[in-house]
Write a new protein. Structure first.
Length: 75
């Protein structure tokens, strides 16, 4: 009879320990995702800035005035 009580207490404490561990793991995953979401936002912003710069460079290079200046410079 005494062994049954100890077994029940061990099972309850084991369950509570596992539940706390899984809760901790879930919280850590959540914190990791929040950190990476900031990184993702920063990278997306950087990509947007770089795309705008490439767009400006494309306009400059395809501009007929730029091509004319290059031809004059080559002469």
């Amino acid at each position: 009879m005494h062994f049954t009580g100890v077994t029940i207490v061990a099972i309850v404490f084991g369950f509570l320990a596992i539940q706390r561990y899984l809760g901790h793991c879930a919280e850590m995953k959540k914190l990791e995702c929040e950190g990476s979401s900031e990184d993702v936002r920063a990278l997306r912003q950087e990509i947007k800035v770089l795309q705008e710069r490439v767009s400006v460079l494309e306009k400059i290079v395809t501009d007929t005035g730029y091509q004319l200046k290059q031809e004059i410079k080559n002469l």
